[in-house]
Write a protein that binds this ligand. Structure first.
Ligand code: NI
Length: 253
């Protein structure tokens, strides 16, 4: 028997929310027995908490992402702090830096730093979204002296090790299954399984062989299978160890 923990799903997104019961039953059919629904703004964070209360095996993260922070007020950040105190809220996220889009960097850093402080105050891990900003993100996290998850990690293997050294797990998504994904495969190969997590980041990033279709939480098994293949490990061990890691970082008994 396998037991997967999908650490990053957006069942709170427009594309999945209304049919979430169907997607959750698909996940359970694939032995994906734990899910963490992740927020990216105030509304999606509220929805994440709501979904986590509908099922005992669903947890949530609440936070404002760098792509959604341009209009963020201190009141919004206060709402995130209140949501974080929910017993099913096991992390603050997704938060971070994204230089791919043109949200002002000063604003991104401000919202990022304020949320890190909240996570530290409540001793909950942070789920990091970093795109085209790995060096700046690393410097902030090193100074923060906290812990958490590098979500949908797509940086180099060398950089991954530096994040691990400052308290972060490396979470791999469907990109690791893509035929031409040299860097994620290298990360899967070199990062110790004790520092790896698995996720889908649905509704996007659908794994091979379903690329182009809507992604859903059940597809996390394809991420696990690819890691098992690359590491030459039994799929049961990849499932067991990544689930153990997820429960550990989220503080789930
Ligand atoms: Ni996400």
């Amino acid at each position: 028997m396998k037991m997967y923990f999908n650490t990053h799903t957006h069942l709170n997104s427009e594309q999945l929310y209304f049919n979430r019961d169907i997607f959750i039953s698909h996940a359970l059919n694939e032995e994906v027995d734990y899910l963490c629904v992740v927020g990216y703004d105030v509304e999606s964070s509220k929805k994440a908490v709501q979904i986590a209360h509908e099922y005992p095996f669903i947890y949530c993260a609440v936070g404002i992402s760098p792509n959604d922070c341009e209009e963020t007020t201190d009141e919004d950040i206060q709402v995130i702090e209140e949501l974080l105190q929910d017993p099913k809220a096991v992390a603050l996220g997704e938060i971070g830096l994204d230089y791919h889009w043109d949200v002002p960097r000063d604003k991104q850093k401000d919202v990022f730093l304020k949320q890190i402080e909240i996570a530290k105050r409540y001793d909950k891990p942070i789920v990091i979204h970093a795109r085209d900003a790995y060096e700046d993100t690393y410097n902030i996290l090193r100074n923060a002296k906290h812990y958490g998850i590098m979500h949908c990690y797509s940086g180099s293997a060398q950089m991954a090790q530096r994040y691990i050294d400052v308290g972060f797990y490396i979470s791999l998504a469907g990109t690791v299954t893509f035929k031409n994904a040299k860097t994620p495969k290298e990360v899967a190969k070199t990062v110790d399984i004790n520092h790896l997590l698995i996720e889908t980041d649905d509704p996007y990033l659908t794994p091979h062989p379903f690329r182009g279709k809507l992604n859903e939480p059940a597809n996390v098994v394809y991420v696990a299978k690819e890691i098992a293949k690359i590491k030459n490990m039994a799929i049961e061990d990849v499932a067991r160890i990544t689930t153990f890691n997820a429960k550990k970082v989220f503080g789930i008994k």
